[in-house]
Design a protein around this ligand. Structure first.
Ligand SMILES: CC[C@@H](C(=O)O)C(=O)SCCNC(=O)CCNC(=O)[C@H](O)C(C)(C)COP(=O)(O)OP(=O)(O)OC[C@H]1O[C@@H](n2cnc3c(N)ncnc32)[C@H](O)[C@@H]1OP(=O)(O)O
Ligand SMILES: [Co+2]
Length: 134
């Protein structure tokens, strides 16, 4: 079902500082920061030859990454995002196998303008999984 690795997301407290580490220390191509109000995070994407890194900073009072950063104050890997051809078919197949779809179970438009869904980390080896329609 899953296809390409779209991105690996890292939660950080200070996205400007983290972006500078990728740009100046690691020599990577770094995007501008974009507030994603529907998701409660600000994102920066680092383009690598074979995938992307998504930096996430909390946005607003109810950010879904706030608790994670309280547990991991230095930041850390937050989720991995796989592409799927048909997100509704993938969701329904996963639900049928007992996986928990987070939120209301309906896809939201993600950072790339495509539908995304999240799967509970307890169902996937302790890793929060995002699915993005290819
Ligand atoms: C910009 C849009 C989009 C894109 O296009 O790329 C994004 O990436 S948005 C990214 C941010 N959005 C989300 O993360 C949405 C989905 N997340 C959630 O619904 C919640 O964060 C959560 C995963 C259900 C966690 O809820 P929370 O209230 O923060 O914590 P809990 O205490 O309820 O956690 C339960 C359990 O799971 C463990 N956990 C939590 N987060 C992670 C994680 N990122 N990776 C691995 N494990 C995680 C947590 O430690 C708890 O475990 P126990 O302590 O053992 O109970
Ligand atoms: Co993501």
């Amino acid at each position: 079902m899953i296809g390409r690795l779209n991105h690996v997301a890292i939660a950080v407290r200070d996205i400007a500082k983290a972006s500078e580490t990728y740009r100046a220390t690691l020599g990577a191509e770094v995007s501008d920061a974009v507030p994603q109000h529907a998701h409660g995070v600000t994102t920066v994407f680092i383009t690598l030859p074979n995938t992307k890194i998504e930096l996430l900073e909390p946005l607003g009072a109810d950010s879904p990454i706030e608790k994670f950063l309280q547990k991991n104050p230095d930041g850390g890997i937050h989720h991995i995002c796989y592409e799927v051809d048909d997100i509704i078919a993938a969701r329904d197949a996963l639900k049928g196998k007992g996986a928990r779809i987070l939120g209301d179970g309906e896809p939201k438009i993600g950072a790339h303008g495509k539908p995304v869904l999240f799967l509970h980390p307890k169902d996937f080896n302790g890793t929060l999984v995002e699915l993005e329609q290819a």
